[in-house]
Design a binder for this molecule. Structure first.
Ligand SMILES: Cc1cc2nc3c(=O)[nH]c(=O)nc-3n(C[C@H](O)[C@H](O)[C@H](O)COP(=O)(O)OP(=O)(O)OC[C@H]3O[C@@H](n4cnc5c(N)ncnc54)[C@H](O)[C@@H]3O)c2cc1C
Length: 479
């Protein structure tokens, strides 16, 4: 069969992992292509950032993805050229050093000198313009900081990958440095080809090469396409990479558990205005209890607030008129639980499950209470968790009177951080070696969040990009 395209390197998926790989491979002058299931929104009228229109257009399955369990965990992944980087908040962390050292010991990872990691991270931070907001923290984030300070808890303003400038009126304008504006642009300049709207359905070995069987969308039509490559890099993200491996018969029973950061939201109402159309991403996080749990503040548009208050009509009513400006959404993010990505052999979607055991649920409940306590200490009039049937809490006494644990089935958990489903390591349970090469397969690498050895306890994109960059340096003989 004659393939529709043939390249020395193919990268399936164009999120942060795939983008780093594509830029480094194309820079070598090697023929390189990226196959991406989503569309290139640079060529289309773009949706408003953080809007529901954006969720419909740039998220996998229009944002309707859930890991089954009790409680279930709704999850979100980007599905467009640039992957999650095009829709995310841009909060940058390096992988915590102590945790990374623990992964090395536990999973027998081969060492990479410290100065190389420093060089890798510094290069990524420079390329993405990682920096703090020139105007300081927005109102909702200041509340989080004030509450933490009044309890003596540690927190920090998290830098973001954003370029700032001023418009004619002197107002600050921000442009997120997504993959399509940075690493994918570099890849394109070095000759990389992008095939969008093209989902890799199955891969198979053909002699010394890999064949990729794809579905290519063109309006309402879907065509079958086949691509051929010598070197294949899977960067489809933490649910789709293991799903593709399973569908291709390459990982039967061999995959590592999926991990994620289970997150519960708490909506707080303050006496004064702390929110507004200009608020954007509030970038303060409280790390007092990390790595067990951390707190932060979410995008809090009226639509996001309304969605999170569906179970609380009384609070929903107080959002009317300008009321929403006194509300904001906060989150407590934990690290517990284990999941699986299965191929139900029906249709084209994986079945994702997630289980939190009793101690992990107890920690989630403790995290939610501590967050409510912090927000009351910051002066909130009331706080309400995203738990069906939970009361609105106005005082420390009401907080103390809450049941010790919310019923698991009533907790509305979510996550935007998924990883570890094809974990790296040199131990017998590792799916890939230290550098992402799939065990027992030639010229097949994983290059995305699936590689992480566990939950990083911080926003993961920085860790994903650094690990993929290190792996590509190794692959290119530059380490
Ligand atoms: C709303 C939101 C906010 C976030 N905020 C932050 C933040 O502030 N900071 C941070 O560090 N992280 C954040 N994250 C997480 C971060 O975006 C992800 O961890 C990161 O994007 C994962 O990178 P990846 O390369 O593993 O995969 P992804 O970014 O998921 O990219 C995978 C790409 O592969 C494509 N793909 C999937 N299957 C196939 C297939 N079969 N064939 C072809 N293409 C395929 C997908 O369409 C997608 O574009 C956020 C995520 C979301 C959703």
């Amino acid at each position: 069969m004659k393939p529709d395209g043939e390249f020395q390197n193919i990268i399936a998926g164009s999120g942060p992992g795939g983008a780093v790989a594509a830029s480094m491979l194309a820079a070598q002058g090697q023929s390189t292509a990226v196959l991406e299931a989503g569309l290139d929104w640079a060529k289309l009228p773009p949706p408003v950032p953080f809007s529901f229109d954006e969720i419909q257009k740039k998220y996998r399955q229009r944002g309707m993805t859930v890991a089954l369990g009790t409680p279930k965990v709704a999850y979100a992944e980007g599905c467009c050229l640039g992957g999650g980087s095009e829709v995310n908040s841009g909060l940058f962390h390096r992988c915590p050093e102590a945790l990374f050292a623990e992964w090395h010991k536990r999973y027998q990872l081969k060492p990479t000198p410290e100065d190389i990691w420093e060089h890798i991270y510094a290069g990524i931070e420079k390329e993405l313009s990682v920096q703090c907001h020139p105007d300081g923290l927005p109102g909702a984030a200041r509340m989080l900081r004030d509450g933490a300070e009044s309890l003596g808890w540690q927190g920090l303003e998290v830098p973001r990958w954003v370029r700032y400038s001023s418009d004619a009126s002197g107002a600050t304008v921000e442009v997120r440095q997504t993959m399509s504006k940075t690493f994918l642009r570099q890849a394109a300049e070095a000759g990389c080809q992008f095939v969008t709207g093209t989902s890799v359905r199955r891969i198979e070995r053909a002699g010394s090469h890999w064949l990729l069987h794809c579905h290519q969308r063109d309006g309402s039509f879907c065509r079958e396409k086949v691509y051929r490559t010598e070197n294949l890099f899977l960067a489809c993200g933490a649910t789709q990479t293991p799903f593709l491996l399973r569908r291709s018969g390459l990982a039967l029973g061999k995959l590592s558990p999926l991990h994620l950061h289970p997150t519960i939201k708490v909506i707080a109402k303050f006496p004064g205005e702390i929110n507004g159309p200009e608020m954007g991403v509030p970038s303060y996080q409280v790390k007092e209890h990390a790595p067990d749990y951390s707190f932060g503040c979410s995008i809090s548009t009226p639509q996001h607030l309304a969605l999170n208050l569906l179970d609380h009509p009384e609070a929903l009513r107080s959002m009317e008129g300008d009321g929403w400006r006194r509300h904001a959404i906060y989150y407590a993010m934990t690290t517990g639980g284990k999941g699986r990505v299965l191929d139900p052999r029906l249709g084209d979607k994986p079945l994702v499950t997630y289980a939190l055991d009793h101690p992990e649920l107890a920690l989630m409940n403790r995290a939610a209470r501590d967050l409510m306590r912090l927000l009351l200490a910051a002066g909130a009039e009331y706080v309400v968790p995203t738990v069906r049937g939970a009361p609105i809490v106005r005082t420390e006494e009401e907080l103390a009177a809450l049941p010790e644990a919310f019923p698991a089935a009533d907790m509305n958990l979510m996550t935007i951080h998924l990883f570890s489903s094809a974990r790296m390591g040199e131990d017998s349970a590792a799916v890939t070696d230290t550098y992402g090469q799939l065990r027992g397969q030639e010229n097949l690498w994983v290059a995305d969040a699936s590689l992480l050895c566990g939950p990083p306890s911080v926003n993961p994109q920085g860790s994903i990009m650094a690990i993929v960059k290190r792996n590509l340096l190794h692959h290119l003989g530059q380490l």
